[in-house]
Design a protein around this ligand. Structure first.
Ligand SMILES: Nc1ncnc2c1ncn2[C@@H]1O[C@H](COP(=O)(O)OP(=O)(O)OP(=O)(O)O)[C@@H](O)[C@H]1O
Ligand SMILES: [Mg+2]
Length: 347
């Protein structure tokens, strides 16, 4: 595989611990930590979209922040073009790896015009001279379909609609000339009617500009439509990874199954709520599977041994003991032939 085909950005076994509330003032062994990201690896390739899904607190945003060096990993590596990237060179790194956040208001300065928001990254990252900046800013607006551009360049953030603001935030991210875009719930604060347009824009940018895109969402249905690959996170760990359609059609991990069952489009009949998590932080512990306490198919060993990434097929795995060769096949529900396909096909 040539370098051009390989991943642009890779995470290898990233770990991030945060001090628990009240823990900051404590020192030594009494200080308590939360492992927000627990040994997660992933790879982002040009012109491809990888979705990270999982419930609140599962570590999705922390993953994005680690990939952009907005947080420093406690261990593990970030590789750009196969070379190890250094957290102390975070600014140079972010020329290539840009983040789009959920709330465009938070990433735009209320006193500055659209022109200013686009000119700044163009100048900082040396993409253009001052004379070229206006033309380049206009081009950025065209790329995010804010036209005619003259109507937008002198507007302030509050003079735009939510969707237009998010398009400006995306244009500002593009102005740095990145190769990777990390979009952390980019549409969750927008009206449902305009979400599709923004997601289509991100997908188009990935395809046309060969951007590698990470799309973080709670919504597994949108992940299925907009991503090539889906990674499912639970309690700081990646529990399943695979091609989007296949993973949603035939989930391999019991947690993924629950996510799909709880999603509006996955419901047949009455909604099936996720079981409540046992008190405290969800299932974080040193040994065993983090999902064991909530898993309807839990086995004795799940509480003792951490399940490895067990292959389910090409580019597909689930960290679940049910998929161990010769293991009991608890995922096969009665009258559910789709499950039989994945389980026999993958084992
Ligand atoms: N700066 C921080 N200090 C302390 N704890 C943090 C910090 N950032 C995140 N956490 C904790 O790390 C865990 C993972 O948080 P993270 O924001 O990555 O989750 P998430 O999957 O993005 O959730 P959501 O879907 O709600 O955005 C949570 O328990 C959170 O409280
Ligand atoms: Mg988040």
């Amino acid at each position: 595989m040539s370098a051009a085909d390989g991943p642009v950005l890779e995470a290898r076994s990233l770990v991030k611990d945060f001090p628990l509330r009240g823990g900051v003032l404590r020192v030594g062994p009494r200080r308590r930590w939360l492992r927000a990201v627990d040994g997660v690896s992933l790879a982002l390739a040009p012109a491809r979209v990888l979705a990270l899904v999982g419930e609140s607190g599962s570590g999705k945003s922390t993953m994005a922040r680690l990939l952009a060096f907005l947080e420093r990993p406690d261990s593990g590596q970030v590789l750009l073009d196969g070379k190890r990237a250094e957290p102390r060179r975070a600014r140079a790194h972010r020329r290539h790896v840009q983040v789009v956040f959920q709330d465009p208001f938070a990433s735009l300065n209320p006193v500055h015009t659209v022109r200013h928001h686009l000119a700044r990254p163009l100048l900082i990252h040396g993409q253009a001279s001052r004379r070229q900046v206006v033309a380049a800013a206009a081009e950025m607006l065209r790329r995010v379909s804010l036209e005619p551009v003259d109507q937008f360049l002198d507007k302030l953030p509050h003079q735009l609609s939510g969707g237009q603001r998010q398009r400006v935030a995306i244009a500002a991210a593009l102005a740095a000339g990145p190769r990777v875009l990390l979009a952390d719930e980019p549409v969750s604060m927008l009206d449902v009617s305009i979400r599709l347009g923004i997601l289509n824009l991100l997908q188009g940018l990935a395809a046309e500009q060969r951007l590698a895109v990470l799309y973080i969402t709670h919504d597994i249905a949108s992940a299925r439509y907009f991503a090539d690959t889906v990674g499912v996170m639970y309690a700081g760990r990646m529990v399943e990874l695979g091609p989007a359609e296949e993973l949603v059609a035939r989930p391999g991990h019991p947690y993924t199954r629950l996510l799909i069952a709880a999603a509006p489009e996955g419901r047949s009949g009455a909604p099936e709520p996720l079981p409540q998590r046992a008190g405290g932080e969800m299932g974080r512990k040193d040994k065993g599977c983090p999902f064991a306490s909530r898993c309807p198919l839990v086995m004795a060993r799940c509480r003792e041994q951490r399940p490895p990434e067990l292959a389910l097929g090409p580019g597909r795995w689930a960290a679940c003991w049910l998929h161990e060769r010769g293991g009991t096949n608890g995922l096969r529900g009665p009258g559910d032939p789709s499950q039989a396909v994945v389980l026999t096909g993958g084992l």
